[in-house]
Design a binder for this molecule. Structure first.
Ligand code: ADP
Ligand code: MG
Length: 290
């Protein structure tokens, strides 16, 4: 089972002076269990792309297949059902919190599904547990009294309470402090590893994509220009610098160490790998031309 975008184009405001070709010939397959990172400069089309995955936006041309079904062309497709399967956490989702209590906010989706009260409470509790918000202390609090990171987690819990199979997150750590970022990212990773959700993470942070994604795509002006395992993609150092997205901090560090004469490998993308490689060179005395 998978999410597939086939020769997908999206044009905003076609045939007007403001026409904008936001997506051009996108081909992308997201398989069950994947953790995919999408990166690219602001305006490169990331948010437009993900909104096609659950039918919020319609392609100008091309297809969106959700578990084999063309959601825009097949008769009898209920987009409501597709949106249950494909959950999207939008950028700054806390702006959409509106209920008077945390529990009511998370319950909003399940309630709309027409679930009974007992099932709704069960789902709210489960979702809060996943994002590590304590149900008993927070259920009756206004979401507006929470910290930025907590609000973000309430918003994510609201999507999880719908029990999606695919979880799409548009820059979920934007604007959070390092602790809040770390908490959210490790929770997302847990969702993929333990609950077997398929995750699509739109991110500005190369460090985060390097750490968590199994596969990544790089977008530029509406097109996918690089795609592959993070290690392969981050090997295109110059291209990524030119695109203004760059590479993980440790990849930069390793390249600089090498330029200064230390004989380290430079296809390093995480801190753990960098530590092991520096220790290896240290222990074998591998200086090239000190
Ligand atoms: N609602 C809209 N109407 C017109 N143009 C839009 C709209 N949303 C996005 N765009 C344009 O489409 C392009 C891609 O935007 P977007 O998908 O938001 O990129 P990203 O998420 O990578 O920053 C940009 O040029 C943007 O200005
Ligand atoms: Mg965006």
């Amino acid at each position: 089972m998978s999410l597939v975008l086939k020769n997908l184009y999206h044009t905003y405001q076609p045939n007007t002076p403001n026409e904008s070709h936001a997506l051009k010939n996108i081909n992308l397959t997201i398989n069950d269990g994947d953790f995919i990172g999408i990166i690219g400069h602001t305006g490169s089309g990331k948010s437009t792309l993900i909104q096609h995955l659950n039918g919020l936006l319609k392609p100008s041309k091309g297809q969106v297949l959700v578990d084999g079904v063309d959601i825009n062309q097949t008769k009898g497709v209920h987009l409501k059902e597709i949106r249950l399967r494909v959950g999207i956490v939008f950028q700054y989702p806390e702006h959409q919190l509106f209920e008077e209590t945390v529990a009511k906010d998370i319950a909003f989706g399940p309630k709309n599904l027409g679930l009974n009260e007992k099932e709704i409470v069960k789902r709210v509790k489960e979702a809060m547990q996943i994002v590590q918000l304590d149900y008993n202390t927070l259920k009756n609090i206004s979401p507006f009294e929470l910290s930025g990171g907590q609000k973000r987690r309430v918003a994510i819990a609201g999507v999880l309470a719908m029990k999606p199979k695919y979880l799409i997150l548009d820059e979920p750590t934007a604007g959070l402090d390092p602790k809040g970022r770390e908490e959210i990212l490790t929770q997302i990773q847990m969702l993929q590893k333990e609950l077997k959700l398929t995750v699509v993470l739109v991110s500005h942070s190369m460090d985060d994509v390097a750490r968590f994604a199994d596969h990544m795509v790089v977008m530029k002006k509406g097109e996918i220009v690089l795609s592959g395992k993070p290690k392969e993609v981050f090997g295109h150092y110059e291209e990524l610098e030119q695109l203004g997205v760059g590479v993980p901090t440790v990849t930069k560090l390793m390249r600089q160490l090498r330029m200064r004469g230390l004989d380290v490998l430079t296809d390093i993308i995480t801190i753990e790998e960098a530590k092991n490689e520096i220790l290896r060179v240290w222990q074998t005395g591998g200086q090239k031309n000190a």
